[in-house]
Write a protein that binds this ligand. Structure first.
Ligand SMILES: [Zn+2]
Length: 512
């Protein structure tokens, strides 16, 4: 079981060895703009006057810097825990089962994949392929907000950087900042600038989290969308390839499945994913006895028909009593007489029948604007769950598509997950990432011999912290701090590649 992990570990090492080649290739696909350069110049000019805007912005990003320092430790801790979890997952006998149709929230909360924290978002494998554009837009939005943090923070004195451009590459949004010539003199400013992006991401996550918990999203939803429960569930989308596509109108309500009224989203899922054999029907249907007995008995020769049997089911089934009927001819009329047994039918010429046990028939009772009808599905019920998406809300605003709400909700769910992931990922102490800059700048603060002048830090506590740490680490010189940073970088890089490769293997290759 460990062999694939060792192979992946070796692959990770090779990837790490040739990272420069990979990086150079990737950077060829990039687009850059100078549109925000003047905005950055305005910020630099404003902050240089050291007024309120400067004081406020500096305090704000200093808070972010403290969080960045803690974040480097937290993200490294998570990486170490994840490595251990993946090694444990290798020993598990039951692999995670992957169902791409699941909602993101449900997928992230699912305990599958052992105890691993990382759950890769792989379109078509772990999340629906149709949500790939949402994932990309959410990723770009959280990256853009991250980069805005770097742009604003880097304009702060004492060593403001110059912005040479903002752009897009295969790895996402980026900013090109030219450091101030005196940048090396101000390690705390470097910590602050490097932490600003992750600080923005954490703030974004907090705002989204708070909006959910104070009920803001419920208020917005109530203003623009109408709750259709307890009448049924609204049809949000039907797969292009689904046989149901021409029969189900978006926005129409599904009132009941067979005789079970839909009173929640869970009832839809529970009924369709219930283990087979499915529950027996509550009552039968009255059909003309003569017509019923004249029908064929071998349904394989008559496509479109299904086997019906007298109701209630006799204790000893006689195959000659079962006949093949076109199901919609029995179910289509919602007012069709139901029966507990043949004598309870209105006419003595009628007999009470019901689908045979293994026919896999499902009745979808539909309510459209002015009428109701029944659609009959023949096949595994799970397919209906996979092909039809239902929801609890329909828009109040005319012309607003019915899928707008679930799309918006999915987008904010992605944004909330990705912004936090982006913060933690960027704070890993790797040289090209913000965490690498935080670590090397911190080492510069700690390893400078006491007595040397520092930058113009105004926070008393920080000054104290640095004096203490500088005293404690007297004797360490620049070369040592570079060596420590390099070692941390190498270990974290290899662990990261190992975790990425193993996570992908656990979630994709090792299928059920
Ligand atoms: Zn960053």
């Amino acid at each position: 079981m460990f062999i694939p992990f060792l192979l992946l570990g070796a692959l990770a090492l090779v990837g790490y060895r040739y990272r420069r080649v990979l990086l150079r290739r990737r950077l060829r696909f990039s687009w850059e703009s100078e549109a925000l350069n003047s905005f950055h110049d305005v910020l630099v000019a404003r902050f240089t006057s050291k007024g309120f805007a400067y004081q406020f912005t500096r305090t704000f990003y200093d808070l972010g810097a403290f969080l960045g320092v803690a974040g480097v430790a937290i993200s490294t801790g998570i990486l170490a825990c994840e490595t251990i979890s993946l090694l444990k997952a290798a020993q598990q006998s039951a692999p995670p089962s992957v169902l791409s149709k699941r909602e993101l929230k449900e997928y992230l909360a699912a305990p599958e994949g052992g105890e691993t924290l990382l759950k890769p978002l792989i379109p078509g494998v772990t999340i629906p392929l149709s949500e790939f554009p949402l994932l990309i837009i959410a990723l770009l939005a959280s990256q853009a907000f991250h980069e805005l943090g770097h742009i604003v923070s880097s304009a702060l004195p004492p060593a403001p950087a110059s912005l040479s451009g903002v752009g897009l590459a295969l790895q996402g949004a980026f900013v090109s900042l030219l450091p101030h010539p005196d940048d090396a003199e101000y390690p705390w400013a470097r910590v602050r600038n490097a932490s600003a992006g992750a600080w923005h991401n954490v703030l974004m996550w907090l705002v989204l989290w708070a909006a959910c918990h104070i009920g803001l999203h419920t208020a917005v939803r109530g203003a623009f969308w109408r709750d259709v429960l307890p009448d049924g569930l609204a049809i949000i989308s039907v797969d292009y390839a689904s046989p149901l596509r021409g029969h189900l109108e978006l926005g129409a309500l599904i009132v009941a499945l067979d005789d079970a009224q839909l009173h929640s989203l869970a009832s839809w899922k529970d009924y369709l994913l219930a283990p087979t054999p499915h529950p027996p029907v509550d009552s039968g249907w009255c059909v003309e006895s003569a017509t019923f007995s004249s029908q064929p008995t071998d349904c394989a020769l008559h496509p479109g028909t299904a086997l019906f049997t007298p109701y209630p089911l006799p204790s000893f089934s006689d195959p000659s009593q079962n006949h093949c009927i076109d199901p919609p001819s029995v179910f289509r009329d919602p007012a069709a007489a139901r029966c507990a047994s043949s004598p309870s039918c209105r006419s003595p010429s009628e007999t009470c029948v019901a689908p045979a046990a293994d026919t896999q028939l499902l009745r979808l009772q539909i309510k459209e604007a002015d009428h109701g009808h029944t659609i009959v599905w023949k096949g595994p019920w799970r397919e209906v769950f996979e092909q039809v998406r239902v929801g609890q809300y329909v828009p109040r605003v005319p012309l607003m598509p019915v899928w707008a709400l679930p799309t918006l909700e999915a987008f904010f769910e992605y944004l909330r997950s990705l912004t936090l992931v982006l913060a933690l990922l960027n704070l890993l102490p790797l040289r090209p990432l913000d965490g690498g800059v935080v670590l090397s700048s911190l080492l510069d603060i700690v390893c400078v011999p006491s007595g040397q002048e520092f930058d113009d830090i105004e926070l008393g506590e920080l000054e104290l912290f640095r004096r203490r740490t500088a005293r404690r680490s007297r004797g360490l010189v620049g070369a040592d701090s570079t060596l420590i940073a390099r070692w941390v970088h190498n270990v974290v890089a290899m662990l990261s590649l190992f975790v990425i490769a193993c996570s992908l293997w656990v979630w994709t290759v090792r299928g059920p």
